[in-house]
Write a protein that binds this ligand. Structure first.
Ligand SMILES: O=c1ccn([C@@H]2O[C@H](COP(=O)(O)OP(=O)(O)O)[C@@H](O)[C@H]2O)c(=O)[nH]1
Ligand SMILES: O=C(O)[C@@H](COP(=O)(O)O)O[C@H]1O[C@H](CO)[C@@H](O)[C@H](O)[C@H]1O
Length: 222
């Protein structure tokens, strides 16, 4: 029987964090299958995922977040796709259920999870830019539509979320925001140290900006 919900977890060097996310998502009764897309990690991310008993799709080099997500989309089947980052902290089964239920019950085409009541810094970031959130449940046809009109989508790295947000507007999707109380993520500076973290953050902002400019250029093609 075809899966209803597949969870995709794009992951780049997340060996220390991904196990906890997998444990939670595996415990959610609504999730039929979990796939980690190992985006060319140089650490044991893929091994940890294997040990946890989920499916692993491995990219031989680091291709960026959008590539990893769409590689997962192209290599799975299900009517609903759940996207979760690999570095979430305090994620609970209830949060995963809350993300999925509006889409499962066809009250929404997309849900967007936002952190609240957790760490000040990550709550604030999501208050300012909830449209960047990587926690979403989405009907698969939305990805199909994006792939049809944006052949370059896989190259967009961290712009994937603003692209999803823009398509949601253009396609007039029913979008529901879901609170993720006490959930946070490990920030780049915490993972990589101050300097490397800041460099990685700048890379993220560059990719988001480039994605935004490309969206404006291709406005009418959606
Ligand atoms: O080149 C990349 C960069 C990030 N990620 C994954 O995308 C998610 C969000 O990325 P990141 O943690 O850098 O963003 P943050 O959570 O810090 O906003 C995480 O699961 C990363 O491991 C990825 O698959 N490929
Ligand atoms: O919240 C944010 O400002 C960024 C960066 O988070 P950190 O640098 O790790 O605190 O994270 C979000 O944006 C990325 C790009 O859209 C998404 O890929 C992440 O999933 C999301 O958490």
């Amino acid at each position: 029987m075809k899966d209803r919900v597949v969870c995709l977890i794009p992951a780049y060097n997340e060996e220390e964090r991904i196990g906890a996310v997998i444990d939670v998502v595996k415990s959610c009764r609504f999730v039929d299958r979990v796939y980690v897309i190992d985006d060319g990690s140089s650490d044991r991310t893929a091994e940890v995922a294997h040990e946890k008993g989920v499916n692993v799709l491995r990219l031989s080099q680091n291709m960026g977040k959008a590539y990893a997500v769409f590689f997962g989309v192209e290599n799975t089947q299900s009517s609903i796709v759940l996207l979760l980052d690999a570095d979430l902290v305090n994620l609970k089964v209830k949060d995963v259920e809350n993300l999925l239920l509006p889409v499962l019950e066809d009250r929404a085409d997309m849900t967007v999870g936002v952190f609240s009541e957790g760490r000040f810094s990550t709550d604030l970031a999501q208050k300012i830019s909830p449209f960047l959130s990587g926690q979403r449940a989405i009907k698969r046809w939305v990805f199909d539509r994006i792939l049809e009109s944006r052949k370059d989508i896989k190259e967009s790295g961290y712009a994937i979320e603003i692209i999803l947000t823009e398509y949601a507007k253009k396609l007039k999707l029913r979008v529901e925001t879901v609170q993720l109380p006490q959930v946070s993520h490990v920030m780049k500076e915490e993972k990589l140290g101050l300097l490397k973290g800041a460099q990685h953050r700048m890379k993220m902002y560059r990719e988001i900006l480039k994605g935004y400019v490309n969206l404006r250029k291709s406005r009418d093609e959606i």
